[in-house]
Design a protein. Structure first.
Lengths: 243, 268, 243, 268
């Protein structure tokens, strides 16, 4: 069952130096407050996993928290470049950053395989791209029925998933809606999880398109209103494109 | 009305979309063109973004593929694994609309790294995102990018997304289910693959653009189609709709094309 | 785009003799009215696919429409046995019925593979059971990363999916909620689809837990109020256990 | 209060469930026991049904695994592929509660076919449903069924769901992630696997039931545990809660256990 604690307590309890940490949220519901808390606590040597490592990971990289980045699109959608990421990759500055690069479909399937307790997922993808040869965790697999050759991607099993959600109830059940991205898979694929929320309520009334993660698959829940800023939380806050 | 070459490019791209089509939309120029089409001749165009929004009907130009307005106006919103696995992968989508930093003579796309080698590139770009599978699985693909000898190259430095690979037969050998690039739309004109050689050839130029100009903007010895056409200029209605769309996006502090400029900007 | 027609027209347009037809609905939203229309139109030699072929398929089998049954649990949940199914299997009466039998997880994954355009799905299952050796479409697959041996199940790609939903709008967008089962996968895995609905409305207002199938993946929509009876449609009709 | 052997069986099964556990519930006797536990000592028991309802809190006994009340009272409802792939398969669920038509000395379950051969069985049963993967993946499994020499056999005619296979080491060889059957609860008593041999041995009898009676109801030479215990009879509170639960299900025209009676009835 999830424990409701402060954000500082949640990060301290869930994340240690050297951990593999997936902070997810697809443009919407990016867990920025939790990212800042990771920087504040001075965590080091993290392997950071995220489909779209926008500003949140650029800050973590710039603060020297990261050893490795696993990702599929490193840009800040619509509003700018990731300077720390580019410095690290182009110039090895401030420190070299190991990268493991996939496509979105590959990352999504890797999380899904992790959530499903499988060591790999089957998909159509990567074939003919330069990515296939540069990236670990991509292989061929042959259909035992048709003989067709498809792509296998290795499962992602992070130590910790960190997400931001609109609401939790006092039992630690978590609810988020709008663009829900890959957060369910990230939490279910990870050994531990931290969820920051805009609000803690007595009861989660049903919402269209809401994902509910029951308390017993969630590790720590922390109240962090505005915790997605400069990203947004549908129904709570707007995206700050000036940031 | 007078217009810019970027407006001409967007209008030309929008015209390729037909009403009732389903379109998997990349961010930046592709999104602008697809939204313009929906606001003009193709009101029933189904816009699909990799954030999982299916049938989004944004009133303003979305700044990212994950804007709230996409979720709020969509017919349905699905998870990111689902949008790729159930919707894109099986070949349900008519057309993929993609931007690029580099494209080569066989329509292969690079959005990963320019120069140097992969481990230490001269310029690092954002990477693959949804593009490789969009390029593989949509029934056809339209690529939209500004033309220069550095963006139009004989062979891309890194194949992020496959067009026609090494030429005829490549897609079949790789088991790619879609038909590949149907056209590349630039700020100078339109290139289409020769059905026999799969090489991109110039099939259309914008009013006032000359063939030598386009060849100068191309990093390989560009062939010109015998049926080379001049693309009709934007109509007043098209321009008005485009400018209205951009203005509606102006409550965003930066212009909606910033993403794509930044992406290609690195190599201009 | 979906066409809105009468149920008789929808069945006539979508289904032909010899087709593989998946009528889905997991206890909830079973498309009984459509099943009766198939009997009325005298369709023959159908391969009937369904996870839980309760009364709806017992009637189709008894009426001589079926050549083969693909399923994972053949009983009427909670209320009785399937007499025609048992007669056909135990006594070859009225005609022998070929069967292809899976587990629920296997069938669900087979539909999911079909919906995803893949020839097979990977899962943990079947190992050590007698089912594995009696059933086509089950094989071993080895993880290219870990060497672990897992189970592959072949994709289901029916000719036609038939489902019952609460509502459609006039454009043919379909919405259903409550227990949504495997219906989305069945429709997306099939070449054609028929959807009967309780109601056709001007606008589909968002509902918690609703699945929406956009018009362009739906074949024919037919109004059939009470079309799930004796099954139920949450918010519209109750289950009739006396039936 | 006097009670029936079925009531004793259900109460005994319910007692094995602890508050806060997650339980994947089969229909019939297992569902009755799980719901009883939630209504007595384990109000925080999380009920999960293969219809995709997670955390259902039905006030009346559901007649099927897909009753509307399960969806309406659940913490969340997911698709059938998701309930098996994301929730059951990875081993997140503490206990699987299963019924059976036949069980053998190694806890293997048959719900498929009795007698004859698979193609032409003497009695055809409903088949696998969710049971094989529940039996494979839950951390532990409890089996609930009425005891007779035809339902308790040396070797099941058909292995629908694997218990301990051929004995020690089988589950490991097959790569099954859960620990397998923890106990079989019948209308006479409780059988548990010997940790060394994996064979089911009698560890508990109900008040008034003798060991010879249980052995008579078993199709193999049943071993009896040295620590054989008498299971305490139902408390008044347990019986009252069970009867209230059943009565609440009486607006259903047939009793909620009809499903499982029918299932096992075929071989009684």
């Amino acid at each position: 069952m999830a424990e409701i604690v402060s954000l500082a307590e949640a990060v301290a309890a869930a994340i240690g130096d050297g951990d593999t940490v997936a902070m997810e949220g697809f443009t919407h519901l990016i867990p920025h407050a939790a990212g800042h808390e990771v920087i504040r606590q001075g965590l080091r040597d993290l392997t950071l996993v995220r489909m779209t490592p926008d500003i949140i990971y650029d800050q973590l990289i710039g603060a020297g928290c990261a050893r490795k980045l696993v990702f599929s699109w490193a840009g800040n959608p619509g509003v700018g470049s990731l300077h720390r990421f580019r410095d690290a990759v182009e110039h090895g500055w401030p420190v070299p950053l190991e990268i493991e690069e996939h496509s979105h479909a590959g990352m999504a399937n890797r999380y899904a395989a992790g959530a499903a307790g499988l060591p790999f997922a089957v998909m159509r993808g990567y074939r003919g791209t330069s990515l296939a040869s540069q990236t670990a965790g991509v292989a061929e697999v042959t259909c035992p029925f048709t003989g067709e050759v498809l792509t296998a991607v290795s499962a992602l099993r992070p130590d910790v998933a960190v997400i931001h959600a609109q609401r939790a109830d006092r039992a630690g059940n978590v609810q988020f809606w709008g663009i829900t991205g890959v957060q369910k898979e990230a939490v279910l694929a990870s050994a531990r999880s931290v969820v920051t929320v805009e609000e803690i309520v007595d009861e989660l009334d049903p919402r269209p398109n809401a994902v509910v993660l029951p308390s017993w698959v969630v590790g720590w829940v922390a109240l962090a209103p505005g915790g997605a800023h400069p990203s947004y939380a549908l129904g709570y806050s707007a995206r700050d494109n000036d940031f | 009305m007078s217009y810019t070459s970027d407006e001409m490019m967007t209008v030309t791209a929008a015209r390729t979309l037909r009403n009732g089509m389903t379109c998997f939309v990349g961010i930046g120029l592709p999104s602008e063109a697809a939204n313009l089409a929906r606001r003009t001749h193709a009101p029933g165009l189904v816009l699909i973004y990799e954030s999982g929004t299916i049938g989004a009907k944004p009133s303003a130009l979305p700044l990212s593929i994950g804007d709230g307005i996409l979720a709020e106006t969509a017919d349905c919103v699905v998870s990111v694994p689902e949008i790729f696995n159930y919707w894109l992968q099986p070949g349900r989508i008519d057309v993929g609309f993609l931007g690029a930093a580099q494209v080569d003579r066989f329509g292969n796309i690079n959005t990963t790294a320019i120069g140097g080698d992969y481990g230490a590139p001269r310029v690092r770009l954002p990477g693959a995102g949804g593009a490789p599978e969009i390029a593989a699985a949509c029934r056809e693909v339209t690529i939209v990018l500004r033309q220069s000898p550095r963006s139009f190259v004989g062979r891309v430095d890194f194949v992020t997304s496959v067009g026609f690979g090494d030429g005829p037969g490549s897609r079949e050998r790789l088991g790619l289910t879609g038909h590949g690039p149907r056209r590349v739309i630039t700020d100078l004109g339109v290139l289409e693959p020769d059905p026999r050689t799969c090489e991109l050839v110039l099939t259309g130029v914008y009013p006032g653009v000359t063939v030598p100009q386009v060849r100068e903007g191309t990093g390989w010895d560009l062939r010109v189609s015998a049926g080379l056409a001049t693309v009709p200029p934007p109509t007043d209605a098209e321009l008005a709709a485009l400018r209205e769309l951009r203005a509606a996006g102006q409550h965003h502090p930066r212009s909606a094309t910033a993403g794509s400029s930044q992406m290609t900007g690195a190599i201009r």
